[in-house]
Design a protein around this ligand. Structure first.
Ligand code: FES
Ligand SMILES: [Fe+2]
Length: 312
């Protein structure tokens, strides 16, 4: 093996990507408003870097950011004639990842392709699926459709924790009372596991909590407290082991948008109460007791969740 090849192989061993890859799930990349038509943005996610832009129909395209020619970061490139053009030698790539043009006129190598992640927009966020094809639909918010609620999406920036650990909060019913002081919190009978998610419903004369985990990185809930409905979605994407970027969506029934600040204040409080624990926890599956049975169920679900590693 030549010295250059050996050095390249060493550089390929990226410790930010676990050997098995990351879970095959939908990950939030940015707010819809961050991706203007004609813009090219780069994001560090899943131990690599991706580039996002919009095709001629305005649909988001998410691709590995490293140009297959010499590895330039395509996020400093430009969208030209509906294709992503590398800043360095102007190779151009289409929305499916094929290299469509090399200005030198050389033959386009067969391997000149960008891995292209399935991408979509929903709840004010641009999403990418970690796989060749989505295994399941985008995260749902129980009791809500995009046209039946008024909602607002927010970015929380980078946090020092794993997304799947944060999402365990959604089925950690004890902490709702102990950490968050929610008196109405009670334990559902069962968790329903379906393709790509876990769902539960707890209802009493005083409250409703209808929760859903999608993948291992999104938790959404419909809450009814004091007869008032609210909708929340907490989601995040791994940046590298132990680090993630966070987003949340708050919603209220259509026409009640004046109540959005009230729902946001609740989410800000929940986030502020969880953050000191999540940012210092040395997570382990310790001594689980009977009240932790839903958490135990979730940990088994996470263990069995399929993973994917995009080609370098
Ligand atoms: S590095 Fe991208 S075209 Fe040369
Ligand atoms: Fe919490």
């Amino acid at each position: 093996m030549g010295v250059v090849t050996a050095l390249t192989r060493m550089a390929d061993r990226n410790p930010a990507v676990p050997e098995t890859g990351y879970h095959r799930s939908w990950y939030p990349l940015c707010l819809t408003g961050d991706l203007a038509s004609g813009a090219v943005i780069g994001r560090d996610v899943l131990g690599t870097r991706v580039v996002a832009w919009r095709d001629a129909d305005g649909r988001p395209v998410v691709q590995v950011a490293w140009c297959p020619h010499l590895g330039a970061d395509l996020s400093i490139g430009e969208v030209v004639e509906g294709r992503l053009r590398c800043a360095y030698h102007h190779w151009s790539f289409d929305g499916q990842g094929a290299c469509a043009h090399i200005p030198s006129g050389d033959r386009i190598p067969d391997a000149a392709r960008l891995f292209t992640y399935p991408a979509a927009e929903q709840w004010g966020l641009v999403w990418m699926f970690n796989g060749e094809r989505p295994d399941f639909p985008l995260p749902r918010i129980p009791g809500a459709q995009p046209d039946t609620i008024d909602y607002a999406a927010h970015a929380r920036g980078e946090r020092p924790w794993e997304t799947w650990v944060a999402v365990s909060n959604g089925v950690d019913f004890q902490h709702l009372r102990t950490l968050h002081g929610l008196p109405a919190a009670s334990l559902p009978e069962t968790l329903e596991v379906d393709a790509g998610g876990i769902e539960f419903r707890v209802e009493s004369p005083y409250h409703l909590q209808h929760g859903r985990i999608t993948g291992t990185n999104s938790f959404a809930q419909h809450l009814r407290l004091g007869g008032r409905d609210m909708f929340q979605l907490f989601t995040g994407a791994p940046v590298a082991p132990g680090r993630s970027s966070g987003f949340f969506v708050v919603g209220v029934p259509k026409g009640e948008s004046a109540r959005l600040p009230e729902v946001q204040a609740m989410v800000d409080r929940l986030n502020a109460e969880d953050a000191p624990v999540l940012s210092t926890i040395r997570f382990r599956r310790g001594l689980l007791t009977a009240s932790d049975r839903h958490l135990a169920h979730y940990f088994r679900y996470v263990d069995a969740f399929p993973t994917f590693r995009a080609p370098a």
